[in-house]
Write a new protein. Structure first.
Length: 297
């Protein structure tokens, strides 16, 4: 086996971790893959024998690559992302999982958190993701953002306050999540407005990202308040029979599909027995690019 093959094998051992870092940094699965590939190219051009801690080195490099991508994204964008943007969801089948898998699911980052991360400055996002999610020391992060460790600590602290204020602790138990989602879907299917109000938090937010080309009732929108969200749910009650339960970023969610093609994916945040946020991705172009579970049709 050549030296390059050995290095590639060592890199593959870290690929899952690197993609997890990049996804949290970018909120885009395709961009996360690009960042991981760029990290590999940088490793190929480096004398690996000089790297004492390959995992730490790769984490630092992928962080720097993501920071550059975020800054480039910000500079290209004439207007900031609007309130209807939904990051790429990670979709896996909903099935009975063993305790080890349950721990992994609990470590998933929810869509609600990713939406908040999109509002952070690139350096704040990097400091928060690397330190709070992956325990990278501030001294290492400071080198990436070209700030002092003290300033880097402040970046993470500011980000932490914004995240904490916008994302209350969600229900961790998948069984209890399922009961709430069952109640919501049943109420929508039967047109039971009062039952919908019971399962929706009074300040619930519905975010629908349909892309730029979809108009009319299905267009992108942000709706707040239980009554307004319940009204939206009733408008699309005919699609409930198409729904399949899946895990969306580790939480119980819904995949709507017809004839083997995904129509929408809905991430659901449950807090204290009520739905606080609904994130729906219905952009046909972005849905087509997602890695979806086998569809029943």
């Amino acid at each position: 086996m050549s030296g390059t093959d050995v290095l590639a094998d060592r890199f593959e051992e870290h690929r899952g971790h690197l993609k997890a870092v990049a996804y949290r940094m970018l909120g885009s699965l395709a961009e996360a893959e690009d960042a991981v590939q760029e990290t590999w190219l940088k490793l190929e051009r480096t004398d690996a024998e000089e790297i004492r801690n390959l995992g730490g080195w790769l984490t630092t490099v992928v962080g720097r690559v993501c920071l550059d991508m975020l800054r480039s994204r910000t500079s290209r964008r004439e207007d900031p992302l609007d309130d209807t943007y939904v990051p790429d969801p990670v979709i896996t089948p909903l099935s009975r999982i063993d305790p080890e898998q349950e721990v992994l699911q609990a470590d998933s980052v929810g869509l609600a958190l990713l939406v908040v991360l999109e509002t952070l400055e690139p350096a704040e996002r990097l400091a928060f993701v690397l330190h709070d999610m992956f325990a990278v020391p501030f001294d290492d992060i400071a080198e990436i953002v070209e700030r002092t460790p003290a300033t880097t600590r402040q970046l993470a602290s500011r980000a932490r306050r914004r995240v904490k204020g916008a994302t209350p602790s969600a229900e961790p138990d998948l069984g209890r999540q399922r009961k709430v989602v069952d109640a919501f879907m049943s109420a929508a299917h039967h047109g039971d407005f009062e039952a919908l109000l019971t399962v929706l938090h009074p300040e619930v937010a519905l975010r629908v990202d349909s892309g730029a080309l979809v108009g009319g009732a299905a267009a992108s929108k942000l709706v707040r308040g239980a009554r307004a969200v319940a009204e939206q749910a009733l408008l699309f009650r005919q699609f409930v029979p198409l729904a399949q339960y899946v895990l969306v970023n580790g939480a119980v969610g819904v995949l709507n599909a017809s004839e083997g093609q995904a129509l929408s994916v809905m991430g659901i945040t449950v807090v204290d027995g009520r739905i606080t946020e609904l994130h729906i991705l219905a952009d046909p172009e972005r849905l087509a690019a997602l890695d979806l579970p086998d569809l029943a049709g």
